[in-house]
Every structure is written in structure tokens, then in C-alpha cells.
Design a protein around this ligand. Sequence first.
Ligand code: G3P
Ligand code: CA
Length: 365
Amino acid sequence: MTHSSTAKAAQTVAALWLALASSAAIAQTGAMPHPVTVQPLSPPIVIAHRGASGLRPEHTIASYTLAIEQGADFIEPDLVLTKDDVFVARHENDIIGTTDVAKHPEFAARKTTKLIDGESHTGWFTEDFTLAELKTLRAVERLPKLRPDNTKYDGQFEVPTLAEVIALAKQHSVGGRVVGIYPETKHPSYFASIGHPMEARLVAQLKAAGWDKPSDPVFIQSFEVDNLKRIHAMTGLRLIQLMDANGGPADHAAPSYAAMVTPEGLKAVAKYAYGIGPGLAMIENGDAPPTTLVADAHTAGLRLHPWTFRAENIFLPPSLQNGTDPAAHGRIEDAMRRYLALGIDGFFTDFPGIGVKVRNALKEK
Ligand code: G3P
Ligand code: CA
């Protein structure tokens, strides 16, 4: 066989395989896999923040599924632990704002006040519920005033486990498509302090899913530092150091996030992390001129995945708002384009459908 006929035969086999895999995907999900128009998972990547959380209650299978259908590269579960040490997807261990727990009289006595990362919280906490108990609750929209359309889904969806999120990503990783996961350890020092350390459990669960190498479609992120360093010693998966414009890590392993973005601070982060996840304001604060963070991080060998693009006016700088209603949608596409032009390597968004459209237009230019 000549080189070109071998290549043609390989293409035919690949096309056949893709067609079969696509048929299998449609049979499993009832939906067409999103057409792959760009190289899967090549930067800039689109990370569905808590799923398509602008359009469905966050951290639900419905929210993640919509994000995948809209073409997101990664779905983001924030992770906390149950009493029986199962990872579930919630933004915080206090579930008062994102579930109907307050309406369950059988759990009324579990309402309590706890000190978490130096702040007092009154509510119901995942570590006080078994998975079976948590599964009797239903998700509700966190931002009902800003996202009233999402409240029609209140009471419909369970709190998903990490295992279910992994299964969903794998189910949709067919036909040439790869859907990755981007888990965040929430309050790891607090969970360790109450006898539920996260690191080894998370690494083991991801390894059991077949993920432990830098080339695997997983990023592990945290606002804390030492848990990432421990995870770095346990796995080859890529890690992302989250940071915010103000404050510092809850484990006090660095004096502040401001210190972390100095050239020396970034060099230290690059020893254990693949990249950083800064708040958008650390790159460009509203309509002010951009900072040097993109160039500084790249110089240190770090990628940047900033958070979080949201469509509502209240989250956009004045120049990109439409009208005065805080819930009305402004020019989120322009916000994304601005940051992409600055050289970011990916981004978190509550509206992954918009993110994919903007990103693909840029890549196809
Ligand atoms: O993980 C990136 C971004 O999600 C960080 O903020 O508070 O939404 O988890 P948060
Ligand atoms: Ca997060």
C-alpha cells in the first residue's frame, strides 16, 4: 500500500469508527454530540462554571448536561464531602442556599452554626448527612432574583456525586469529543480538621476513573495551597492555584494572593501547579487598563483560567452593561473577547454556550 492509500484507508476506518461512536452516543443520550469544530481541549478552553449555571440550578446533572450539549470543554464540580465520605457537587458544605433542606422537617434538628475558614455559618452541612439522606433533597436556584427563569427547575434535581459527574463526562466523550472535569476542593483544611481529609480520596477516585496523568482531561483546583501541594505529590494530573483580588488562602500557606502574583510568588506556584485561576479583576478590573498578570504568569510558565464570566449586568463593567436592570443581560461576549485578546488560556463561565461561540469564532479566524 502506498502512503496515500494507507492514509485513505485509515481515514475511512476512522470515519466509520466516528460514525459508530456517534450513533452510540445518540442512543445513550438521545442527543447529537456537539460537532467538533476545533481541536478538543486545546486552549483557550471553555469551563462550564457549576455547569450551565446561568440557565439551570448550579451543580446539577441538568446543568452539566446542558453545558456539554452547548459544547463546553470542561464541566466544573465544586466538591464537598458527606458524613460517609462521598464527594458531592456543591459550592459550599452549607446547603441552605442551593437545596430545599429547610423544607424537610425530618432534618430540622440538624440546623446548626459552624466556624468555617474563620467565618460563622448557620445552616445545614453536607458532613452531617449521609449520601442517602442528601439524595432525598432537591436542588434550588441560588440566585432567584437574578435568574428567575431557573426557579422553574427548583425541586427537580438531586445533588450529584462526583462519580455521577465523572460518568456523565465519560458518557459524552465519544465521536472525537472529549469532555473533561475540573473539580475544586472546597474547604479542604476545614474538612481535614473534622476528620474528612480530601486529597487521597480524590486522587484515588480519579485514578480509578483512569485519570492520573498530565494529558488526562482533568484539572484539580483549589483556593488553598497545601492541599494542592499534597495532591501534586500523589498524582500527575494538572493543578490550578485559584486566587482572588483580595485576601489569601484559608490555610495561610501564603501571606496573600497579592503576594502570590509577584514574580517570586508565581515562580513558587509553578513548582506544583500547571496554572492559575485568578478572579477576572486580577487581569482587568472593570474598565481599568489591564494588569501585567497574563504576561507575568506566562513568564513563570503558568497558564491562566480566570473566573467567572456571567451575562447579567451586575457582573459586567459599566461599559458592557445594557440598561440599568441588574438582571438584564449585557455584552458578555465582548467581555470574553477582551480577555481572550489579552492571552488567557481558558475561562470559567456560567454561560458556556456563549463562551464556546466566542472561543470558536476566535479559533476559526
Ligand atoms: O473555581 C473557579 C471559580 O469557580 C472560583 O470561584 O467561588 O465560584 O468556586 P467559586
Ligand atoms: Ca469553583
